[in-house]
Design a protein around this ligand. Structure first.
Ligand code: ADP
Length: 259
């Protein structure tokens, strides 16, 4: 029973041992609590799309729609929620593999500027769709980076998607600069920003700022957890700066490859 504590009565080795066992019990209890919270979280997140799907399937079956257009719209929601569920399960699986060190990176020497340009290019269509300016600043010459190109593209795409998703007007600026032994890739937006007291949590799985609001924007709440993990697996880090109403900047720091 983890609730029971050993009484530390002496200052000798037995006392130290009792202390160590108490610490261990406390850690185990903490792991138990977080596991429980973790599964409660997952169940809730997976259940939400299912609830939508059930609800709208019922509406369509019972003929509770007014026009054919409305029927199509409801079917569209079902399809969309099914897709979301699929993405969520895929992302969760990826994340758990990463956390257990069970994903294999395929590192190679990369021209990071080229990789970033490609990602920016691909994001242009989405940015234009919201009438946002997406610009890129390069600071040459840049050192190469040792990394897995697909995974780094995944991180960049996530940061760019978020910047576009959480920005209503203005511009998104992507810069790549060398900083002693590292390359820093920054994605800066002029979007809604993130309140200071929520910043520490945004890399946690499923965490969303003002949850209901973010749900309208779509997304699974897993992107940043995966992105940070991938940055760490590359020996780098993912940092954030933000001010509500001003915008947000994510900085991906990656170690430069040996010259
Ligand atoms: P989601 O799929 O919800 O976007 P992420 O893990 O990518 O999940 O991001 C977690 C939360 O962080 C988002 O729900 C959003 O509230 C906040 N966030 C991420 N990027 C930005 C940004 N560029 N501007 C404002 N808020 C952001």
């Amino acid at each position: 029973n983890l609730e029971e504590r050993l009484t530390v009565g002496s200052r000798d080795e037995i006392g130290a041992l009792a202390e160590a066992i108490n610490d261990l019990a406390r850690d185990l209890q903490h792991i138990r609590d977080t596991r429980q919270e973790f599964f409660a979280n997952i169940s809730h997140e997976l259940r939400t799309p299912i609830t939508y799907m059930e609800g709208y399937a019922n509406v369509v079956r019972e003929g509770l729609y007014e026009t054919e257009e409305e029927r199509q719209q409801f079917l569209g929601i079902i399809q969309q929620e099914a897709r979301k569920l699929n993405v969520m399960i895929h992302d969760l699986f990826e994340l758990s593999k990463m956390e257990e060190g069970k994903i294999d990176l395929t590192p190679e020497r990369l021209d990071i500027a080229g990789l970033v340009s490609d990602c920016v290019q691909k994001a242009q269509l989405k940015a234009r769709g919201k009438q946002l300016l997406l610009v890129q600043e390069m600071n040459s010459p840049l050192p190469d980076v040792q990394g897995d190109s697909l995974r780094l593209e995944q991180v960049m795409t996530n940061l760019l998607d978020n910047a576009i998703r959480y920005t209503e007007a203005g511009e998104i600026k992507v810069s790549v600069v060398p900083v002693n032994g590292f390359v820093e890739i920054a994605v800066q937006d002029t979007g809604i920003g993130i309140p200071g007291d929520e910043l520490p949590y945004i890399f946690e799985r499923f965490y969303r700022v003002e949850k209901s609001r973010s749900r309208e924007y779509g997304g699974t709440g897993l992107g940043l957890a995966i992105a940070r993990k991938l940055a760490e697996l590359h020996g780098g880090e993912l940092l954030v700066w933000s001010r509500p109403g001003t915008g947000t900047r994510f900085t991906l720091r990656l170690p430069a490859a040996d010259t």
